[in-house]
Each structure stands twice: as structure tokens, then as C-alpha cells.
Ligand binder design. Sequence first.
Ligand code: 5GP
Ligand code: ZN
Length: 114
Amino acid sequence: MNDNDCLFCRIVAGEIPAETVHVTERTVAFRDINAQAPLHVLVVPKDHYADAAALAAGDPAASAELVTTAAAVAAAEGYDDYRLVLNTGAGAGQTVFHTHLHVLAGRPLTWPPG
Ligand code: 5GP
Ligand code: ZN
């Protein structure tokens, strides 16, 4: 269930290099190429789903695994506090239409976000 035109499918397949930090049965976590914080990792399902709602509907176990993987990455890098972001739709800042959970930590994170 992969899409050859999808950037993150190609990273999951190893066709495009990425700095992978954690792999589970259903997810891959790799560093964002344009980090917005000392820790900025993207956790993606191995299978292609366009956004978080599609993933939750189509593969709830993978949806849960995104969050447990994010927590494992934050813990492994020594962060108790972190922010998880799922930009959903272009109007909310989504630019890659393969679900990805941003994990951000290591600097003060203000609220509300921009
Ligand atoms: P979005 O704006 O869709 O929520 O997040 C997409 C993220 O993917 C951005 O933070 C962007 O920096 C990151 N990104 C885009 N292209 C690449 C890439 O080729 N490799 C990696 N590691 N991250 C990427
Ligand atoms: Zn994809």
C-alpha cells in the first residue's frame, strides 16, 4: 500500500535517505530535514494514508503506534516534555500528504502555535 510518488513512502522504502531514529512494526521515525527544535522527528506509518483521520479510520493500531513511537523517541533522547503535531490539510500547514506526527522538544514551546 505504497505510493511511488509519495516522498514519505519513498523514505519508508529506503529509496530516499533519511536519518532514521526508530522503527517499529507499523511505523518509522526519522529526523525532519528542516528541524524547528533541537528534537524534531517525524513519525510515519509504513503504509500510505494521506492524513491522521484516514490513518485512524483505516488502521487504528498504526494510529496508536505513532504516539507510542513518538513517546519512545522523546524518552530515548532525554525529553520529558514534548509537543506532538498532526497538521491536517493545506490550510493547517500540511505539505506532505502521508500522515506524519511531528515530535518537537528541546526549546520553550509557546501556545497557541502560529
Ligand atoms: P507538514 O508541513 O506536512 O506538517 O510537514 C512536513 C515536514 O516534512 C516538514 O517539517 C519538512 O521539513 C519535512 N520534510 C520535507 N521533505 C523532507 C525530506 O525529504 N526529508 C525529511 N527528513 N523531512 C522532510
Ligand atoms: Zn506515502
